[in-house]
Design a protein around this ligand. Structure first.
Ligand SMILES: Nc1nc2c(ncn2[C@@H]2O[C@H](COP(=O)(O)OP(=O)(O)OP(=O)(O)O)[C@@H](O)[C@H]2O)c(=O)[nH]1
Ligand SMILES: [Mg+2]
Ligand SMILES: [Zn+2]
Length: 331
């Protein structure tokens, strides 16, 4: 690591200067482009003030944009104008159907990707999955109104019996409406059911760092596109390699978005109704508790706790529900 260490101030100054130059350039391009044709495109990736936009024929064009267009992210649909030299300039951000956001360091909601129709949570035997993170993502999917799905990767690390046991651990989710597939990105095993799942969808792969999201995308694409990280042997945690959400078209139909791994995920503000809808098996019992505002904690006549006792609802799921309810109440 020979990279020079910059102070916060220096970094901020450099960023401000870059922003100004990009703005001036975008401004100049915009003024030059009097009656240039306007095309529709899809944002594949955003790097600071510049974008890679896929044009009508799937070609990748580097585009600049003005700050007043708002926060443009991967998956956004935009209008852009070609300029000399093959670059372009984005002139309009089209309305989003869905947006996945997560809070930034200051707790402000920041969009990560737009116009997603499916959220695929990737899990692997290493790093060890956390049920809470999975449940948070599934709540996020329900809240966005998109399908949630689960992809178990790194099947090659397990023996036959371990592989079955790993799948069994998450089989609970299938009847709730979350498809489950088990694959090995490394051996390119089990990819057909995954491709079926991805067809006709704009899917985002999410999950902990090191579970193999980028590796999966590499396995699915004809040419290796994406850089994979090495799994750190000491901790079993992957290095944070993917730094920006990136969209790729799939030859078999659909689009797939690689996203930077997380250690944890925090949902934005969540109403009681949104929370319950995020747990379909709890939502289904909402009229059966004795009290209509039942917290499913200690009230008598609670149909949800009854279902847990009878083995119909997983105690971990109810624990995730309570954890999220507490978080929502704290905000
Ligand atoms: N054995 C095995 N290793 C895998 C498999 N898929 C990925 N890996 C390894 O796991 C490590 C992390 O893979 P990445 O694809 O970079 O993981 P990621 O989820 O994109 O990580 P971030 O970008 O940090 O979020 C790499 O060393 C991969 O080679 C798999 O199916 N089997
Ligand atoms: Mg990655
Ligand atoms: Zn209850």
């Amino acid at each position: 690591m020979s990279r020079r260490r910059l102070t916060k101030q220096q970094r901020a100054r450099i960023q401000a200067r870059r922003r100004k130059v990009a703005d001036q350039r975008a401004g100049a391009l915009l003024e030059g482009g009097g009656d240039v044709e306007t095309l529709e495109g899809r944002v594949a990736i955003r790097h600071g003030r510049s974008l890679v936009v896929r044009g009508p024929h799937g070609e990748a064009v580097h585009c600049l944009f003005r700050q007043n267009l708002g926060e443009i992210v991967c998956g956004d649909r935009v209008l852009w104008q070609p300029v000399e030299g093959g670059d372009g300039v984005v002139v309009e951000l089209l309305p989003r159907k869905t947006v996945l956001s997560r809070p930034d360091f200051s707790g402000r909601e920041k969009p990560l990707a737009a116009n997603i129709t499916q959220l695929v949570v990737v899990l692997a035997p290493r790093p060890e999955p956390t049920g809470y993170l999975l449940d948070q993502y599934l709540v996020a999917a329900e809240r966005m109104g998109v399908r949630g799905a689960i992809c178990l990767n790194k099947a090659d690390l397990l023996s036959d019996t371990e592989r079955i046991a790993f799948r069994e651990r998450f089989a609970y989710y299938e009847p709730l409406g979350y498809p489950l597939v088990q694959v090995s990105a490394k051996l390119a095993h089990g990819l057909d059911p995954l491709l079926d799942l991805l067809r006709d969808h704009t899917s985002i792969l999410v999950g902990q760092s090191g579970v193999g999201k980028s590796s999966l995308i590499n396995a699915l694409l004809p040419d290796p596109y994406v850089e994979e990280g090495a799994l750190s042997e000491a901790t079993g945690l992957g290095r944070h390699t993917t730094s920006a959400a990136t969209l790729y078209p799939l030859e078999t139909g659909g689009e797939i978005i690689d996203s930077p791994g997380v250690r944890s995920f925090r949902l934005g503000p969540l109403s009681r109704d949104e929370l319950e809808r995020g747990f379909p098996e709890i939502h289904a019992l909402r009229f059966q508790c004795r009290f209509s505002d039942c917290s499913h904690r200690h009230e008598p006549g609670c149909a949800v706790r009854q279902a847990v006792q009878e083995g119909r609802i997983s105690p971990q799921r109810l624990a995730s529900f309570h954890h999220l309810a507490r978080e929502a109440a704290d905000r």
